[in-house]
Design a protein around this ligand. Structure first.
Ligand SMILES: *Cc1c(COP(=O)(O)O)cnc(C)c1O
Length: 397
């Protein structure tokens, strides 16, 4: 069929389909997909035949990323583990929480939960009739006591920010099982290279892929992982809520996964070296890192985490309160003042003025956070250089 300039410009030659499998993950930068027939369109939309229709629903690149995370989370799990991709960690968290709650439902969440999740529960979902009790997650009796007949979700975090408190996942899972709750856990601070919560009785694992999974501070995304039955419900609500992961971001996040165990192993070992080196410094009141034998979470970390991998963040509390925390951040030269964590570059965040700025000193103390506390996200620089930078900065205090 002959066609004019505009028709040719729009349609062009057909896209090539190669017999070879590419080594690089193709970026399917397409919002929509075509079908061989109107019936195939209908069958795909109904879910009667597999296929892609619209990228908010499914995109091959984004889906490949989510299944790659599921493969890592499910490495030692019998049976199928699947994932759903999200535009951000908060898109994953909000969708999972909305999937398993309804007006009149109740959630039990940790008192020191991530600020975004706290805001979602306390300020957003509360408007829709979902109530939350924030309990001390270290105290299993307190968590059990917080459960009500209308509770549907127990929310947890593998490691709390910035205290690095490790959750007793098997203990919390038993409470959830007894009460028939969905036990969902934010595993962002651990990553599957440190701890795989599905092995410890967790039903749904969520991540901010923006952190360790992507690992290079250049892409925003999230993921939820679990058994197919629960994840089918999460997918249903994800499609309606709209927090789809863009294929370009999915490509970067997927590429990050290839080096996740290498990066995280290295960063965890450097973090322990840093924690050990600064622990005895005269300007330091307290160092929080589950790899330190002195840390209250050490025993749980040994039980739940992979050998030698205790997370790659270290929280240092210098003497002198809020001002000393800020001074420590500014005295560092290699380690940067920057948001987020889990990237290749080491960075600090002073909790009281950044991640936990909504809390006054009394509220900080109640949450177990010292106003001086500085969280260091350890990156991939040489550990000796990081130790030198930190010791030198502490000497100036
Ligand atoms: C960053 C983070 C989130 C939110 O993820 P985004 O990708 O920023 O939406 C959730 N939980 C934890 C523990 C985080 O560190």
């Amino acid at each position: 069929m002959s066609s004019g300039e505009n028709t040719r410009a729009v349609h062009g030659p057909a896209f090539p389909v190669f017999p070879q499998v590419p080594l690089g993950l193709p970026v399917y930068r397409s919002a929509a997909f075509s079908f061989d027939s109107a019936q195939a369109y209908a069958d795909t939309m109904n879910g009667d035949v597999p296929g892609y229709s619209y990228s908010r629903v499914d995109n091959p690149t984004s889906d490949t990323f989510a299944q790659a995370v599921a493969a890592l989370e499910g490495v030692h799990v019998d049976g199928e583990v699947v994932g759903q991709p999200f535009a951000s960690g908060m898109a994953a968290i909000s969708t999972v929480l909305m999937t398993f709650t309804h007006a009149g439902a109740h959630v039990v969440a940790p008192r020191e939960v991530y600020g975004g999740t706290w805001g979602l529960l306390a300020r957003v979902l509360a408007r829709f009739g979902v109530e939350t009790t924030f309990a001390d997650a270290r105290d299993l009796d307190a968590v059990r006591a917080a459960v009500r007949p209308e509770t549907t979700v127990l929310w947890g975090e593998v490691m709390a920010n910035p205290t690095m408190t490790v959750s007793d996942l098997p203990g919390l899972a038993a409470i959830a099982r007894e009460a028939g709750l969905v036990f969902a856990v934010d595993a962002t601070f651990a990553s599957p290279a440190v701890c795989r919560p599905l092995e410890h009785g967790v039903d749904v694992v969520v991540h901010s892929a923006t952190k360790y999974l992507g690992g290079h501070s250049d892409a925003t995304g999230g993921v939820a992982v679990g058994r197919p039955e629960l994840l089918a419900r999460v997918k249903h609500d994800r499609v309606e809520l709209g927090g789809a992961l863009a294929p370009d971001e999915a490509f970067l996040l997927h590429r990050g996964l290839a080096t996740l165990p290498l990066r995280v192993d290295r960063a965890c070992r450097s973090a322990l070296a840093v924690a050990t080196a600064v622990e005895g410094h005269p300007a330091v009141v307290k160092v929080q890192h589950p790899g330190l034998p002195s840390d209250p979470s050490h025993e749980l970390a040994v039980k739940l985490f992979d050998e030698g991998r205790y997370g790659a963040c270290v929280t240092i509390t210098p003497r002198g309160g809020r001002a000393a925390g800020l001074a420590l951040c500014d005295a560092l030269s290699l380690v940067e003042n920057a948001t987020s964590l889990g990237g290749v570059r080491s960075k600090t965040s002073h909790a009281a003025t950044s991640t936990h700025r909504q809390l006054d000193d009394a509220a900080l103390h109640a949450a177990g956070i010292d106003p001086a506390a500085v969280r260091v996200s350890v990156g991939l620089e040489d550990p000796a250089d990081l130790v030198e930078d930190l010791l030198r900065a502490l000497d100036t205090l």
